[in-house]
Design a protein around this ligand. Structure first.
Ligand SMILES: Nc1ncnc2c1ncn2[C@@H]1O[C@H](COP(=O)(O)OP(=O)(O)OP(=O)(O)O)[C@@H](O)[C@H]1O
Ligand SMILES: N[C@@H](CCO)C(=O)O
Length: 325
């Protein structure tokens, strides 16, 4: 479920008069996604997505996200392109919420990505980094290392309830990453997607056809984005209590990335700590959602243990070769 704000037919019709999109032919809520209210919208001019931003996306960040997508779209990168109304403004208000119409991106999100799709995704990520190299706006990563102690404090018992001994292991991860931070600070930086999971990437067959959901995008180390993708794309649920790194998928993802943007020596060296940090970020945000989502809520929280399993793998990896780089 992801329609928190209902849009009446009258409100939609009035809203569309501000655009050159013609009248609505079809309009329905989209079940996937958890952050915002998304609608599929077909008008006389084609297919679009209408998003009403709910409270989890801060209103002051919206101009950054819209400008970022405009920048990518202007460079021909496949992503939702913001549609401006006749007054030139894309970001508007509907049913009391900030609202945006974007172009529809064709393709399907892979449920279980294959090796070819991992390679394609790596190349697609690197192309995104290059297309954003001259994007001038900046946004701090609000879920970076500085935020982790705040997310973690007070949740030790929740972690141990999920898996006995987990709290101590997580405290060790936090300490190890804090100690390694100075090296990671000198890496090439730029604009990163920061959440390019399979549900945010589209494919036509095995060909990457676009990226969506830029609402965690920020300014950070480029190789951290690759580390996030390694976590999201190259692990398999190995059944009860086991999460396995799929070396072929990881190696393909890195090779795809390097076919467009070769990693610098410092980035390769930092890959294990970046991958561990990325796993910790998703473990912590999932743990927060897990312990704060009431039972029976419409949105089912994602399982933090999937990321505890990845952390267990990263703790043992010392070099980029361990990931197939
Ligand atoms: N531009 C687009 N083209 C095609 N489909 C889209 C587009 N934007 C969103 N969708 C569809 O809507 C669904 C929800 O979008 P999205 O993932 O952005 O949700 P959200 O609630 O805003 O964010 P989150 O995934 O973080 O919860 C996607 O899974 C996809 O099916
Ligand atoms: N992709 C994230 C949710 C959004 O940050 C996760 O799977 O935990």
């Amino acid at each position: 479920m992801a329609v928190y704000t209902q849009v009446s037919d009258e409100a939609l019709a009035a809203f569309l008069t501000e655009y050159d999109l013609g009248a609505a032919l079809s309009f329905k809520g989209i079940a996937e996604g958890v952050e915002n209210s998304n609608y599929y919208l077909e008008t006389e001019k084609g297919r679009f997505i209408l998003t009403l931003f709910e409270k989890r996306v801060s209103a002051e960040d919206l101009p950054y996200f819209v400008a970022l997508k405009q920048h990518l779209a202007a460079r021909g990168y496949p992503c939702p392109s913001p549609i401006a109304a006749r007054d030139g403004k894309a970001l508007r208000t509907l049913e009391g919420r900030p609202a945006l119409i974007v172009s529809f991106v064709d393709g399907l999100s892979p449920r279980r990505p294959n090796v070819t799709q991992c390679r394609e995704l790596g190349a697609g990520l690197a192309r995104m980094h290059l297309a954003l190299a001259d994007f001038a706006m900046e946004r701090a990563n609000s879920l970076g290392p500085a935020a982790w102690p705040r997310l973690w404090t007070g949740r030790e018992a929740d972690a141990d309830a999920l898996q006995p001994g987990l709290a101590e292991a997580i405290a060790g991860d936090l300490a190890a990453i804090a100690a390694a931070k100075p090296a990671a600070l000198n890496l090439p930086r730029g604009t990163i997607h920061a959440d390019l999971f399979p549900d945010n990437a589209f494919f036509l067959g095995d060909t990457f056809s676009g990226a969506i959901d830029f609402y965690f995008a920020c300014t950070d180390a480029l190789a951290y984005d690759l580390a996030i993708c390694l976590n999201a794309w190259a692990f398999e649920d190995g059944g009860r209590d086991s999460i396995d790194y799929n070396f072929s998928k990881g190696a393909a993802l890195i090779a795809g990335y390097e076919s467009v943007r070769p990693l610098e020596a410092a980035e390769r060296e930092a890959l294990p700590v970046l991958a561990r940090g990325a796993a910790l970020r998703f473990f912590l945000t999932r743990l927060v959602d897990w312990s704060s989502t009431p039972e029976g809520a419409l949105v089912k929280p994602k399982n933090p243990l999937e990321y505890a399993g990845r952390l267990a793998f990263h703790r043992k990896v010392e070099t980029a070769e361990g990931y197939g780089a």
